[in-house]
Design a protein around this ligand. Structure first.
Ligand code: BTN
Length: 261
């Protein structure tokens, strides 16, 4: 990917002000964490790579990261929040993705906690990693993978048993997309939502996310450590936790899990 092409479409204040583009890395999250650890990274710094040899998703899963096809992007944020509020940055990333996809005429939905789906198939995932000390965040790295130009045959042959649940923007649009342009649009959107966070705080992002998520007051099933919990969502708090009223009348606070459809 060409950095000059990305910059052509950038219109940001903080996110992407500093941007590094690589041909191949282990994981863009690791590069950014390393820079942040060395003290050379700044709020809003972005790392993008054409491919990843050790792309990873949540729960130690692999993130398939072939060259020349997708977007692998990590962004660094240094907000003054406590560590338990960090999930709000996953929400911020999901809102950004939904907005960018809608600009392509694609109606994306959010699957708590971190997936973006179209027609029930995953197009993007967010991996949020955190460094904190003394109950304050030092930095948060948001890693975003988006399937852009993956044909059906690739998904079928290379994505193992998740192939039926995976899609790409090129499949949805029937044509390949300009990756640099998509990348810039996503950075612009991250910058917009980060601005909202800086101006209005955590709850504002949670509210924007709830609107796009659409499950408040609705019935949901969640896999929590292998046990399925079903109930009505009563509340999402600023830490990203869900409060589910189960059929036996209990209000359960869900800290981590996967949505089951
Ligand atoms: C998930 O759905 O489990 C999250 C996937 C996150 C993948 C992205 S690609 C860019 C960044 N680098 C990584 O190694 N992972 C994230």
């Amino acid at each position: 990917m060409e950095i000059s092409e990305i910059k052509k479409y950038l219109a940001t204040k903080i996110v992407g002000e500093k941007i590094f583009v690589y041909d191949e890395v282990g994981s863009t999250n690791d590069i950014l964490r390393q820079l942040a650890g060395e003290g050379t990274a700044a709020d809003g710094m972005v790392v993008v790579s054409d491919s990843q040899t050790a792309g990873r998703g949540r729960l130690g899963r692999e993130w398939v990261s072939p060259a020349g096809r997708n977007l692998y992007l990590s962004a660094l944020f240094c907000p003054e929040i406590s560590p338990h509020e960090s999930p709000v940055f996953t929400f911020l990333a999901s809102c950004s993705l939904v907005e960018v996809l809608s600009g392509y005429g694609v109606d994306a939905t959010i699957k708590w906690p971190n997936d973006v789906l179209v027609g029930g198939r995953k197009i993007s995932g967010v991996l949020t990693e955190l460094c904190a000390s003394n109950d304050a965040v030092d930095y948060i790295v948001i890693g975003i993978g988006v399937n852009l130009n993956l044909p059906e045959e690739f998904i079928r042959s290379k994505m193992g048993d998740i192939y039926e649940k995976t899609t790409s923007l090129s499949i949805l649009l029937g044509e390949n997309v300009n990756r640099e342009k998509f990348c810039a649009k996503l950075i612009n959107s991250l910058d917009h939502f980060y601005g909202e966070f800086c101006r209005h705080g955590t709850q504002a992002i949670v509210d924007m996310w709830i609107k796009r998520w659409g499950f408040l007051g609705k019935r949901i099933s969640l896999d929590v450590s292998g046990k399925v919990i079903t109930g009505v969502v009563e509340r999402v708090d600023p830490t990203g936790f869900l409060y589910i009223r189960t059929d036996d009348g209990y209000l359960r606070r869900i800290v981590a899990g996967d949505t089951v459809f």
